[in-house]
Unconditional design. Structure first.
Length: 254
């Protein structure tokens, strides 16, 4: 993926990594379109950043995704990059089924079905562009689990394998598939995560991501240094130690 000259749609970009990535990519000379569920927040972001296009989208609603995709493509026919960033993270107690089931179902619907619906809605158009990309967003927790968030871990492992699989299927097309694998980043994904001592500062994460995209346009996985401890534990042979280490403190701990 080239770092500039793209028209990019980022779903789930009203806060955190999504919004920060949208602004950084716009600063690199891309036309950027963001999506989110909260209309008032989209309006506020558009007012603060003129030229940043915004659309309301609910990735838990298949009909809304399909309709919105048609509108975005019609109004931005040069669109060539999709970043389906729909994601929630919930603490769950799987010793009590009544307490976790609703959370687990919502997490899988948002984190797995959301990106799948977006990819399904945009892939045909992306294949019509000379150079295109899908940038999925998994997590370091796809490779080593945080004990408190089973459904989130599973959803991001699913996104990793989905990325691996559709990359194979799209290999003969113009569509490149990249997988962004964040470590813990200082956002509000979990309560207290923004102030956690183990979370990477958001601006440092985004800066390193932009540098990696710019320097490695043919990369399959976008990995900042902080995520490699999680990503390669099994390959290094220290997986058990990695799991033990990341579960010593929760993300809200100082």
């Amino acid at each position: 993926m080239q770092i500039t000259g793209n028209t990019i749609f980022i779903a789930g970009a009203t806060s955190g990594i999504g919004l920060a990535l949208a602004l950084a990519l716009r600063a690199k000379g891309n036309e950027v379109i963001i999506g989110g569920r909260r209309t008032e927040l989209l309006d506020q972001i558009s007012a603060e950043h003129p030229g940043l296009h915004s659309y309301r989208i609910d990735t838990t609603d298949p009909e809304n995704v399909a309709t919105l995709a048609q509108q975005v493509i019609a109004e931005h026919p040069e669109l060539n990059v999709l970043i389906p960033m729909a994601g929630i993270m919930r603490v769950e107690d799987w010793t009590d089924p009544e307490s976790f089931l609703a959370s687990a179902e919502q997490t899988i619907t948002t984190n797995v079905l959301g990106p799948i619906r977006l990819i399904a809605a945009f892939t045909e158009h992306l294949q019509s562009r000379a150079e295109a990309a899908i940038v999925t967003v998994s997590s370091g927790l796809a490779f080593a689990p945080l004990q408190a968030t089973p459904s989130y871990n599973a959803s991001k492992a699913a996104i990793h394998m989905l990325s691996e699989s559709i990359r194979l299927q799209l290999a003969g097309t113009s569509v490149q598939v990249l997988e962004l694998e964040p470590p813990a980043v200082a956002t509000d994904l979990l309560p207290g995560q923004r102030d956690s001592a183990i979370a990477m500062p958001l601006d440092e994460f985004i800066s390193e991501v932009i540098t990696l995209i710019e320097s490695q346009p043919d990369a399959k996985e976008i990995q900042v240094e902080n995520v490699k401890f999680l990503r390669y534990g099994e390959a290094r042979g220290d997986y058990d130690q990695v799991v033990a280490a990341i579960n010593l403190h929760d993300l809200a701990g100082a």
